[in-house]
Design a protein around this ligand. Structure first.
Ligand code: ADP
Ligand code: MG
Length: 244
């Protein structure tokens, strides 16, 4: 049986009287890559933010490896330390060198000694071909290089779950491929990923499951060859016709 890592149960999130997530249920299993598709405003970012406790749910529960992280007594920092997150913009600390960005959480949050953290950090930078940038500040890197550093920073502490929110939407098109290829490689080494993206080709290649959201509800979900190539719902077909 597949082990649930993230289990979203009946989650409601509203801003004022705008219901953004409407009793949403979603389970992401260990080593599964789940891609969220949906028009702008459908609730993808809000779902990712509630999973990382950047937003509080109004109803329902979210479990991380079996623990109810929406319980008010849960320590937010402990939960965040177990989840890696990459957003569209501004992921790296501009005043820290690349290697310090990658090792910061391991050292400060997980108490890994500097030498050990830097050894792993350099291994990760070597894996993405950026070891020679370790002593540079982020603004010396291209947008694609910065996002790849942000991804290895997010996995440096071996999080249980990786949340990626449109990590390539701010990039020059020629840089998108190198970032998505890295996500594909993460999958090969076993990572549990929930990501929002408009890159349909990537979703088709890499996703184990595609989830189509509309107005805070899952309209359709399944393997990419089903949801992307043979959608059963009109909303999914309309969306795909616009982005493909
Ligand atoms: P997506 O990521 O799919 O584009 P979002 O989750 O960002 O969608 O937004 C869903 C809805 O929630 C939108 O109507 C948006 O305006 C609203 N929303 C998101 N964040 C906030 C916020 N902090 N305050 C008020 N409304 C918000
Ligand atoms: Mg969004």
């Amino acid at each position: 049986m597949a082990t649930p890592v993230l289990d979203v149960r009946g989650v409601v999130k509203k801003f004022g009287d705008n219901y953004v997530l409407r009793r949403l249920d979603l389970t992401v299993h260990k080593d599964e890559v789940v891609v969220l598709l949906g028009a702008s405003g459908s609730g993808k970012s809000t779902l990712l933010r509630t999973a990382n406790l950047l937003e509080r749910v109004d109803d329902g529960q979210i479990f991380l490896s079996g623990q109810d992280i929406t319980d008010p007594s849960v320590k937010v920092d402990f939960v965040r330390a177990r989840i890696g997150v990459v957003f569209q913009h501004f992921n790296l600390f501009p005043h820290l060198r690349v290697l310090d960005n990658v090792t910061l959480a391991a050292r400060k949050v997980h108490g890994v000694p500097r030498g050990e953290a830097e050894q792993r950090g350099m291994e990760l930078l070597e894996r993405i071909g950026l070891a020679d940038k370790a002593r540079d500040y982020p603004d010396r890197l291209s947008g694609g290089q910065q996002q790849r550093v942000a991804i290895v920073r997010a996995v440096a502490t071996r999080p249980e779950l990786l949340l990626l929110d449109e990590i390539t939407s701010a990039l020059d098109p020629v840089l998108v491929g190198e970032v998505l290829d890295l996500v594909g490689e993460l999958k090969d080494v076993g990572s549990t990923v929930l990501m929002a993206t408009h890159e349909i080709g990537f979703a088709r290649r890499v996703a184990d499951r595609v989830v189509f959201l509309q107005h805070g509800v899952i309209v359709e979900q399944g393997p990419p060859e089903q949801v992307i190539d043979n959608p059963t719902q009109e909303a999914t077909r309309d969306f795909l016709a616009r982005v493909l």
